[in-house]
Design a protein around this ligand. Structure first.
Ligand code: SAH
Length: 345
């Protein structure tokens, strides 16, 4: 059965035409799904009962169930655990900023990239998320909070470029004027660096921000943290980033998680400066969030600030990631695949 919420408006229009329904119904149904974000087909007010029955018979209706929600007592960040139709679970995070509300979504159930410091990859990849399952993380959170979501970061569990086609469909639908119409400029997609996909994405000429998880300045050091570094060299990734900028006009963002004694030395700051300088980029320093399965320690606050100052002095655009939801394990790299292990924490 086709997945109703993953169909574009054009596809839905074709489907309804084949069912012998008038064209305007497609617009109505699409709007119930992607603007009103209904949680069931029954909620589609102006759709005739018979057509609702046909939709139920012929299509899958994806609607994520909130299995658990934790709210931070420090900053009102909310972490959601959603149950999918097949019994898998994914996590998403809702964050409030001065400039608006942001949702961090997952793109896969688990992840196969194997980054050493990340909790989401410990059990490997289970499956890709469908476009509807990415959309519905945002819809379910909008409904639950009653708040408008203005920013999206695809930085939860999973490697978005490893689920490329579904990601692209999701990006198209979430930024479409017939749906939530979220500006592509307010959407960030983070990748560990799947080089061929970065090149492919640059050709799409989207206005989203691409974030590259760099975390080290030499291939040798990067290989110790990220297995993907065995496949793609930093030099080639920098070239792909520059291609992305030239093609889209969008400044690249580099993610750099600071790990004590591993990538936070003066030499690292110098090397990072020379990597960043030729590119129009922004560096986001993330104090690494230790996970209990690994022995990575976060750099001290002083070391982080000193690292930032060194980059800044050299004219590099740099910020330290604000930490939200620390008390609910909502921070970067701490989202997990298994319901069981989430509860056991
Ligand atoms: N797979 C994508 C997106 C998901 S991870 C990627 O690799 O970019 C989102 C960001 O969190 C990445 O920059 C990732 O490297 C970082 N991250 C993962 N685990 C972390 C941890 N324990 N502490 C800090 N950042 C972490």
């Amino acid at each position: 059965m086709k997945d109703l919420k993953s169909l574009t408006l054009t596809e839905l229009t074709n489907e309804l035409e084949l069912m012998g329904e008038p064209k305007f119904r497609a617009g109505q149904i699409y709007s119930w799904l992607h603007v009103h974000m209904v949680r069931s087909i029954d909620e589609m007010g102006n759709i005739p009962l018979k057509l609702k029955e046909k939709l139920k018979e012929n299509y899958e209706f994806t609607s994520l169930k909130v299995a658990r929600m934790q709210e931070s007592s420090i900053d009102s960040t909310r972490k959601y655990l959603f149950e999918l139709e097949d019994g898998n679970f994914v996590e998403s995070v809702f964050m409030k900023y001065k400039h608006g509300n942001s949702v961090c979504i997952s793109s896969q159930v688990g992840c196969r990239m194997g980054c050493k410091f990340c909790a989401s990859t410990l059990d490997g990849l289970e499956r890709n998320l469908k476009p509807s399952e990415m959309l519905d993380q945002i819809y379910a959170i909008s409904k639950d909070t009653g708040e408008r979501v203005s920013n999206i970061v695809v930085m939860g569990t999973g490697e978005p470029l490893d689920n490329y086609d579904n990601l692209l469909r999701f990006l198209d639908m979430i930024s479409n004027k017939d749906g939530l119409n979220i500006s592509q400029r307010n959407i960030t997609v983070s990748t560990c660096g799947l080089l061929p996909k970065i090149i492919e994405l640059s050709k799409e000429k989207l206005q989203i921000t691409l974030a590259l998880s760099l975390h080290a300045t030499t291939d040798e050091k990067r290989k110790n943290l990220m297995p993907i570094a065995n496949t793609y060299a930093i030099e080639d990734l920098m070239e792909a980033c520059s291609e992305y900028f030239n093609s889209t006009g969008r400044r690249i963002s580099f993610e750099y998680a600071l790990v004590k004694g591993v990538n936070d030395t003066d030499e690292d700051a110098r090397e990072l400066t020379s990597l960043a300088r030729p590119l129009n980029c922004h560096i986001n320093l993330i104090p690494v969030n230790p996970i209990k399965e690994r022995d990575f320690k976060r750099s001290s606050r002083d070391a982080i600030v000193a690292f930032k100052n060194k980059l800044e002095k050299n004219g590099i655009n740099v910020t330290i990631r604000r930490e939200l939801g620390a008390d609910i394990d909502g921070a970067c790299g701490q989202l997990r695949r298994r319901h069981a292990s989430t509860c056991a924490d």
